[in-house]
Design a protein around this ligand. Structure first.
Ligand code: CP3
Length: 393
């Protein structure tokens, strides 16, 4: 049955301000409006259906009624309920390796904000002990690798990751999350990208100048390539394991790739990302893959070459320009500055509308441009979700 266009719930005053500012000489921005006047509203996904959550439909480029929305690092840190749980369980390794705690923490934001994606509470470093690389996350200091990998012999000791053996709690937690969330949102898994994982392992933890991994890359590249290859094979297996246990989309974090100049990205990151994507596609062709590389403005055109379905933009890139540079065959995620959540409610609303308008009315997952910050007021997060979920294309 042909019906009218679904109501557009961006405030009209905002829309007219935007188009007035755009001016006639500028390329028209993709607009937030109903693109298919007369199409049946019933065909438009609003929330998850029994078959497919909204987030998955949007990534696949299907017609959806609004952009799905979730926040990177939404589980943890800024939530009072998480801080209270941390008092009872002070060890990060315990919180992220005990099935009941993983499920409880993953569900904390779900219960309060009902995001369209529920990300597993874990860390990109969680697989390391299973690869013979012991680590811990120390409060106030961050990740610590006890024996940094700096030699061919040390890299030789790194084992391939067998998820079933080393992180059975991840598979169990994902299964439980799927039951709990019941397709009202997508359950999201994630892994670290080879270069980002290698940078922690070679530097010994978080780093400011990346001198140790660059010394290795630029003086003994074969050692680094050997390590990157082990991570690529292992993370491809880990993604498949997460999908087999219920993850409905998986995000790959290459948080430090942008420490590399473009030529070095092409040697030390891109081929391994592509290898992971190709390997996952062989066995899980329908699993949506999202790539996030913070500060990736200078690398943007190279990111779709990995073959992922979604590129997650940080806030240093204008959403409309990012869209144009990435091309039309890929979905986008992002890209609101996490600092915006410290602003007024009115400002938060405006920034949401601006981002959604610039992203256009398909293939957009609304998110922050990086993880939500410690100290973010929970009421602002609630406002963010309320406004975002009230949008209609
Ligand atoms: O998004 C989510 O809600 C899922 C949870 C998640 C965590 N880490 C939990 C965590 C995810 C997706 C990550 C990924 C991760 N871990 C990345 C990639 C994302 C990014 O920010 O670029 C990186 C680089 C890491 C490594 C890591 N782990 C760092 C740099 C830190 C911060 C240390 C600190 O003290 O703040 C961690 C610890 C960590 N992982 C925390 C959380 C919630 C903070 C410590 C805590 O809450 O106990």
């Amino acid at each position: 049955m042909a019906t009218a266009c679904p109501p557009l719930s961006l405030p009209p005053s905002y829309l007219s301000r935007r188009s007035a500012r755009a001016g006639p000489a500028r390329r028209p921005l993709p607009s937030v409006r109903c693109s298919a006047i007369g199409e049946a509203v019933a065909e438009t996904a609003t929330v998850g259906t029994a078959e497919e959550p909204l987030l998955v439909s949007a990534i696949k480029g299907k017609k959806v009624e609004r952009p799905p929305v979730w926040l990177m690092r939404q589980a943890g840190r800024y939530m009072k309920s998480y801080q209270l749980l941390c008092e009872r369980h002070p060890s990060f390794r315990e919180r992220s390796e005990n099935v009941d705690l993983v499920v409880e923490i993953s569900l904390q934001p779900w219960k309060v904000f009902k995001p369209d994606g529920v990300i597993l509470f874990s860390d990109i470093l969680t697989p390391l002990p299973g690869m013979n690389i012991p680590f811990d996350i120390v409060k106030g200091k961050g990740p610590v690798i006890f024996d940094p990998l700096r030699t061919a012999a040390a890299v030789g000791e790194v084992r391939e990751f067998v998820p079933e053996e080393w992180v059975p709690y991840v598979g169990q937690a994902l299964n439980l999350l799927r039951d709990e969330v019941n397709n009202e949102a997508a359950v999201l898994g994630f892994v670290g990208a080879p270069f980002t994982l290698a940078s922690y392992c070679v530097e010994g933890g978080s780093s400011k100048n990346f001198s140790k991994i660059k010394k290795m890359a630029f003086s003994e590249p074969a050692i680094l390539h050997n390590l990157l290859q082990k991570f690529a094979t292992s993370m491809a297996n880990y993604i498949k394991y997460q999908a087999d246990n219920g993850a409905q989309a998986v995000q790959i974090f290459d948080s430090w790739a942008t420490e590399l100049s473009p030529v070095d990205f092409e040697e030390f990151s891109l081929p391994y990302l592509k290898q992971i994507v190709d390997s996952v596609r062989e066995t899980h062709p329908d699993l949506p893959l999202i790539l996030y590389a913070s500060g990736s403005g200078g690398l943007l055109e190279r990111l779709p070459l990995t073959g992922v379905d979604v590129v997650s933009l940080d806030w240093t890139v204008d959403m409309a320009e990012g869209r144009k540079r990435l091309g039309s065959n890929i979905a986008v995620q992002g890209n609101i500055d996490p600092g915006v959540l410290f602003g007024s409610k009115e400002f938060i609303s405006k920034r949401i509308y601006d981002t959604v308008q610039k992203a256009g009315n398909s293939g957009h997952v609304l998110n922050l441009g990086h993880g939500i910050k410690v100290g973010t007021p929970e009421e602002n997060v609630a406002h963010f979700f309320e406004v975002a979920k009230g949008i209609r294309y």
